[in-house]
Design a binder for this molecule. Structure first.
Ligand code: G3I
Length: 304
């Protein structure tokens, strides 16, 4: 293939990017998006603060722009994210206990029902584990009870039985890290008890503090062996030039080596689109030119 999406498709995978609705009027951005990608993740537009700014008042216009663009251009959509401690609307931040639990359930039901049939996979729960200690992250959702995650998954399944339901997190790439083990044990427990989980997303924001680990493939393989798909969901890699390109290529090779790794999404198109305030972590430079990292990814996909 000659594009990321086409080359990934030849390997039975997708290649996606995060998309911001307000950039859909940028012709350079849209040109690259339509040429290269066949999966999109709304970067912010499906989060709780965006979709339910006042309790019970839903707002889907920004997310719809992305979904409509995707459907018109043959791309699928990864929904992000139904339940998360961050980017909650103010009213939800002020809730606790059963009121918050009820609000979460209603939010998941309404959003997943609205998009039923249009979402390939939902990040049902995002970033629920603490960075160290192998324990749950403290949050208002966690304080409603340990079962909030499985309640979220069961609620999402009821609302959209056709979407794959994923748990998504960062710093779960290194097999030896306590956070990775904690998520692994949760997924294993969910599979054993029949909690509806289909996939695990590895955000894969790699930088000097959390570098691409040599056991990344092992991690993907071990999760897949639990009976879930694995996806690389928010990939970006600090650095530049050959070093960055080599790491990007290795990530792609690791995914292709795991049969249940069915797609890769980068967290933005051009370096200037990155959520990071500095650096050059993506596949296209600020002018939309392909970087060495792009070529490394394309070559790895085509060698697969
Ligand atoms: O929409 C407001 C705008 O009205 C206001 O003028 C402007 C002023 O700062 O802020 C705008 O909101 C920002 C929003 O992005 C949209 O651009 C928020 O401040 C900013 O915090 C928000 O950042 C997003 C971040 O998640 C929030 O946690 C990033 O774009 C987004 O890339 C990032 O994505 C996360 C994933 O969802 C989960 N995994 C980690 C990843 C990177 O942090």
């Amino acid at each position: 293939g000659t594009t990321l999406g086409a080359s990934a498709a030849e390997q039975g995978r997708y290649f996606g990017t995060a998309v911001a609705a307000y950039k859909l009027s940028d012709s350079q951005y849209v040109g690259i998006l339509n040429r290269e990608f066949n999966m999109v993740t709304p970067e912010n537009e499906m989060k709780w603060d965006a979709t339910e700014p006042s309790q019970g008042q839903f707002s889907f216009s920004s997310a719809d722009r992305i979904v409509n663009h995707a459907q018109a251009n043959g791309m699928r959509v990864r929904g992000h994210a139904l339940a998360w401690h961050s980017q909650q609307p103010g009213w939800a931040q002020n809730l606790s206990g059963s009121a918050l639990r009820q609000a979460m359930v209603n939010h998941i039901t309404q959003v997943a029902t609205y998009y039923r049939g249009k979402i390939y996979a939902w990040d049902v729960v995002n970033e629920a584990f603490a960075d160290s200690g192998g324990v749950r992250r403290d949050s208002n959702l966690q304080r409603t009870g340990d079962d909030w995650i499985e309640v979220a998954f069961r609620t999402a399944r009821a609302a959209d039985p056709g979407a794959k339901l994923c748990y998504n997190d960062y710093n779960t790439d290194n097999w030896t890290w306590a956070k990775t083990q904690a998520v692994y044990n949760m997924v294993k427990d969910f599979k054993a008890r029949g909690v509806p989980i289909d996939c695990v997303g590895f955000q894969s924001h790699f930088n000097s503090g959390s570098p691409y680990p040599s056991n990344y493939r092992t991690t993907l393989q071990n999760f897949a062996a639990l009976g879930v798909d694995v996806q690389i969901t928010e990939l970006d890699i600090e650095g530049s030039g050959t070093t960055q390109a080599t790491t990007y290529g290795n990530v792609v090779k690791d995914c292709l080596a795991v049969s249940r790794c069915n797609g890769i999404t980068v967290w933005g198109i051009r370096d200037s689109d990155s959520w990071r305030s500095s650096g050059t972590p993506l596949l296209f430079d600020g002018n939309g030119n392909k970087k060495p990292a792009y070529t490394a990814v394309l070559d790895a996909l085509n060698a697969g």
